[in-house]
Design a binder for this molecule. Structure first.
Ligand SMILES: [Zn+2]
Ligand SMILES: [Zn+2]
Length: 238
């Protein structure tokens, strides 16, 4: 395995899968199926958006229900101004994620993020919290913005689009590992969706329905032994 090849640690997914890799994927890195992560030829892109790659028809079919909304919007979207970057909105009451445009200052500050959190008092962005993670199959970092509501005055409900409990909407942005948050975000694309859903589900498994930032809660030894046993029974290895 070359030093640039993403490592596949196999099933089950653990939080470490989202930890930074030493060298993130580049244009020369092998392409991976968005579903099973098998290495595939570049030619197997979704014909609709040409943004996401699958190893087979069956992986594409399995992913279509999730991918289709962003697929259509990806090619149609036009940037309002050069200050805008594409992000993904997981609105609490909508079943599917959708693309939105966020306006950025030259210092990398999103200027209108609070507009997507209408339940917060106008102009009060103190409760917008963020958490960032890296999927080893993506060439960028993902940052989620959500309502932290430290005073607990807004309820924690299931967000249909991200399939996890949040106080209202969640906004996902993509950003460059080198530039960090000191520059405007990158344009989010359709590949971000699967890792965000996986990450939210994983965090819920670790910390219950409350989406918390650091410190991360790990599996208990007991849970981890059970997961290993199940994986060993199913696949002969983990
Ligand atoms: Zn596949
Ligand atoms: Zn597509």
């Amino acid at each position: 395995m070359s030093s640039t090849a993403p490592q596949d640690f196999g099933y089950p997914l653990v939080l470490e899968d989202f930890m930074p890799v030493i060298q993130p994927p580049t244009a020369n890195s092998p392409s991976h199926c968005a579903v099973c992560h098998a290495v595939v030829n570049q030619s197997k892109k979704c014909s609709g958006c040409k943004n996401i790659i699958y190893c087979s028809k069956s992986c594409q079919t399995a992913n279509w229900a999730q991918h289709k909304t962003l697929c259509k919007a990806y090619t149609n979207a036009s940037r309002p101004t050069t200050q805008h970057r594409r992000a993904v909105l997981f609105a609490a009451e909508q079943a599917r994620a959708r693309f939105i445009w966020l306006r950025y200052g030259s210092d990398g500050t999103p200027l209108d993020m609070t507009a997507w959190f209408p339940d917060m008092a106008q102009g009060d962005d103190n409760d917008v919290r963020t958490v960032a993670f890296h999927s080893r199959f993506l060439p960028y970092w993902i940052q989620l913005s959500f309502d932290g509501n430290t005073s607990g005055t807004r309820s924690l409900d299931s967000n249909a689009a991200i399939q996890c409990a949040f106080r209202g909407p969640v906004v996902a942005v993509a950003y460059d590992a080198e530039e960090g948050l000191g520059k405007p975000a990158l344009d989010a694309d359709t590949r971000l969706l699967g890792p965000v859903l996986d990450y939210a589900r994983l965090r819920a498994e670790y910390a219950g329905p409350v989406f918390v930032e650091q410190p991360q809660e790990r599996y208990t030894e007991e849970d981890w032994a059970r997961i290993r046993d199940e994986a060993a029974a199913n696949q002969g290895h983990i």
